[in-house]
Ligand binder design. Sequence first.
Ligand code: 5GP
Ligand code: ZN
Length: 119
Amino acid sequence: MAGEPQADCLFCKIVAGDVPATVVRETDTTVAFRDINPQAPTHVLVIPRAHHPNAAALAEAAPDVLAVMMREAREIAAGDGIEGTGYRVVFNTGSGAGQTVFHVHAHVLGGRGLEWPPG
Ligand code: 5GP
Ligand code: ZN
C-alpha cells in the first residue's frame, strides 16, 4: 500500500532507527539527516517518514508533506547559516537523473558556490 514501510528500503530503515544517521531535524511527517557522502559543506537529506518512491508520487499521495519538506529545507539552511548566501534543493527523479535510493528525498546543498546548470 502507498506509504507503507518497505523491508528492503534503506531510508525506511533510517526512519525506523534500524540504520544510524546523523539526524538534524524531525517533524511528525519528516526526518532530515546528513548525507553520508556530502557533496557540499551542507548536504542534508529530507525524507518523509512514509515510503513514497519519488517526489511525483509524494505530490499525488501527500502534497502537504512535500510542503513540510520545503519548509524543513529552509530551517536546515538557517541552522547551518547558509540561508543568506543561498542553497539548492534537488529531487533526483529516476535513475537517469542520478536517483539511487527510491524513497523520495530532498537534497539540501549549500555552503559553497553551486554551478548552474548542474551536471
Ligand atoms: P540519490 O542518488 O538517490 O539522489 O541520493 C541518495 C543519497 O543518499 C546519496 O547522496 C548518498 O550519498 C546518500 N546515502 C546513501 N546511503 C546512505 C546512508 O546509509 N546514510 C546516509 N546518511 N546517506 C546515504
Ligand atoms: Zn522507504
